[in-house]
Design a protein around this ligand. Sequence first.
Ligand code: NAD
Ligand code: UDP
Length: 419
Amino acid sequence: MILVTGGTGYIGAQVVLQLLGHGQTVVILDNLCNSSRTSLERIARLGGRRARFVLGDVRNRAQLDALFADFPITAVIHCAGLKAVGESVREPLRYYDSNVGGSITLCQAMAAAGVFTLIFSSSATVYGDSPRMPIDERCATGLPTNPYGFSKLMAENVMTSLAASDARWSVGLLRYFNPIGAHDSGELGEAPAQIPNNLLPYLLQVASGQRDVLHVYGNDYATVDGTGVRDYVHVMDLAEGHWLALQALMGGSGVQVWNLGTGQGYSVLQVVDAFTRTCGVSVPLVFEPRRAGDVAQCWADPDKARRELGWQARRTLDDMLRDAWRWECRLAAQHRPILYTPLLQGFWRDGLLRCVAHTAAIGFTTPRSAATARWQGCRSPSSTPGTAPGRTAATPSPWPRWSPCRSPHRRTAPRPPVV
Ligand code: NAD
Ligand code: UDP
């Protein structure tokens, strides 16, 4: 049986699903500080089997001891942790406590229980502002730019020292680049409890009308279009990497480091454009100054994972965006009250006056407003824009076709030269 800490969270849930798909039995430990039990139902539906669930905290040694006593655990995948960069700057002790303290307590409990196989959810943030691109595992870890990054690096160091001290340990440090997307069924994905910090969840909330505009942080980087470049990797590909890493670690010894990325970088504007093209929904954006602590670019050399694990990201950026949008639409539909119709969306969001003016301007039957276009896009993420869910392009839709709105694009800063 495999213990997945943080297994109801965004990445952990996909990992659990992956393990269930390979016939493993799984127990999840999660304190639900950033997830909910709903994930368990979704996992059960998609996986055809249930994972066991224990509500608990990785910092609680007594709980961990009881867990290892109650279940025949042979390996641990440690996804539990806090991950909001901005929050880590405001509350560093909470981050060190959870991400470093929690990892230490978990390792202590594992050793006491005689379990020595561990996979850790690490991050490309440990490379800091690397001068070398793409980044391979031989690149030195750098100076992370925030307490979250430090907490990941510190946890890695704890595990590395531990493995050096005792040959029974077999530890895999998986350095994720930028996981995005959702399960391709649209049934399992990220459900941010707070204002999203990361690009894609924020973009999705703008596209679905929950937020007005995407703030693009910096358009003067020395990148293809001036905006930050990252290596986005589909969360299902990432989950497959965990399964392969687990098999490679079983019976081994020492520490193995693997980058999990695609090897391909995309700028913020390339992601936005790909989203509009793939999902048929335009995203209003405004340029802002650079975000403190951001690096200009970061993408992986994933060759080591390919050679040693046989892992390769298979899904494209378009796949990631399409799956993420499908999930976002499901979430949005769940949370919309019945009166939140396309016509009234502007009313609820922007007030009666704007809605009346808007309706007068566009008429009642031509859903061309940004809000309506978004709504219609939201109705049909997996089919042709303007078709209702379950219909295909061949089945005429009762909904008029829409065209992407253009006016909300507020590119307030001049585009930098292409370098
Ligand atoms: P998430 O917040 O969705 O999932 C983390 C889960 O851990 C949540 O369910 C939360 O309730 C649980 N948790 C947090 N603290 C806990 C504690 N002390 N005890 C028990 N449970 C606790 O985040 P995610 O995106 O799924 O990330 C999973 C891991 O991957 C994290 O460690 C994160 O640092 C790392 N990571 C994430 C990204 C990313 O972009 N999402 C990138 C690199 C690394
Ligand atoms: N970004 C942005 N607007 C946002 C969130 C992110 O322009 O609302 C940019 C950010 O500056 C970076 C890229 O998108 O260039 C990826 O940011 P994210 O936080 O998703 O990943 P990370 O910076 O942690 O790799």
